[in-house]
Design a protein around this ligand. Structure first.
Ligand code: CP
Length: 320
């Protein structure tokens, strides 16, 4: 594996989930695989889980890890070509990525969208240039449009906790006070759509009108504006806020109550509740759910290690 950016970089979902669970069962079995190899983690935005779980996964595989908080400690990056750099940017992505590729065998990059310019964000220009110029395998730690390590984690978690062959999985929009990217729901939708194609689950998306995701990510999903209808017989509910794709980055007022709580839980098939975290308590998701027996959020965050480990394992194997 030379790149882990989207579900398209994985040929068989069942296989990668099984491989991740085998890493979980025996975390240090491959500690020789990454010996004398270096992972560089480059963050243009904050992170708790992605940073620590990817670092932990690399250490389980015997790798050395370097972390660069580019937003705080790096030079201001220029990504445009053909411009005279006489403004605030100090270093071009061409040199910055190439130099990091000289120091590291594998690189990870986190880069959030602006939420101001849909075309620029959805072109993934920075990410693509980073991949092009660093010349080593790259794992996405969340890009403008996707968060594949989170989505692989979510599929691993659903596989572990499902009680039937084909569970009903619902992605449910939730309220928030800020405009958030579509990366997590886009990514979850494209992974779940592929899992549905592979007959692993049934997938529904519930969001208020105006919050439809790009159709590029939702192929085959049942889509509704009625949360209660979506929650009927749900085995897993994946709670997440996102801003509008259509009116890019906008936050429309929503009058109905979209926060998942114990009353709504009663409509489901005693569903397990998931969230990628961080979560705003009693705004996105009720404390009663987060502190109750149906919440999977901590187990889900714990599984981030095994998603990262299987991806790094495959990348290390491709270096040989
Ligand atoms: N879910 C997730 O990616 O968490 P962090 O932003 O803390 O890494």
């Amino acid at each position: 594996m030379k790149k882990f950016f989207s579900v398209a970089d994985v040929t068989n979902l069942k296989e990668i989930v099984a491989e991740a669970l085998s890493q979980k069962a025996n975390p240090n079995a491959l500690e020789e695989l990454g010996k004398h190899k270096t992972l560089g983690l480059v963050f243009l935005n904050p992170s708790l889980r992605t940073r620590l779980s990817t670092q932990k996964a690399a250490m389980n595989l015997g790798m050395n890890v370097m972390v660069m908080n580019m937003d705080k400690d790096g030079w201001a990056l220029e990504t445009r070509d053909g411009v005279v750099m006489n403004g605030t940017t100090v270093e071009h992505i061409r040199e910055a990525a190439a130099v990091m590729g000289e120091y590291c065998d594998i690189l990870g990059l986190r880069s959030f969208p602006s939420l101001k310019d849909k075309e620029a964000d959805y072109s993934e220009d920075l990410f693509n240039k980073f991949i092009k110029y660093c010349a080593v395998p790259v794992v996405s730690l969340e890009s403008a449009t996707r968060h594949p390590l989170q989505s692989l984690t979510d599929l691993i978690t659903i596989t572990e906790y499902k009680k039937k062959d084909k569970p009903k999985v619902v992605l449910a929009w939730a309220p928030h006070v800020k405009a958030l990217p579509q990366a997590v729901p886009n990514s979850f939708a494209e992974w779940m759509s592929k899992a549905q194609e592979e007959n692993l689950l049934d997938f529904t998306i519930a969001q208020p009108a105006g919050y439809e995701l790009s159709e590029e990510f939702t192929n085959g999903a049942t889509i509704t504006n009625n949360l209660e209808e979506a929650l009927q017989d749900a085995d897993f509910v994946y709670v997440k806020n996102w801003s509008s794709f259509k009116e890019y980055g906008e936050v429309y007022p929503v009058n109905e109550n979209w926060m998942m709580d114990n009353e709504k839980l009663k409509i489901t098939n005693d569903a397990k509740i998931m969230h990628c975290l961080p979560v705003r308590r009693d705004l996105e998701l009720s404390s009663e759910i987060l502190d109750g027996p149906n919440s999977l959020v901590i187990k889900e965050a714990s599984n981030r290690v095994w998603a990262a480990q299987v991806v790094l394992k495959r990348m290390l194997e491709s270096l040989k």
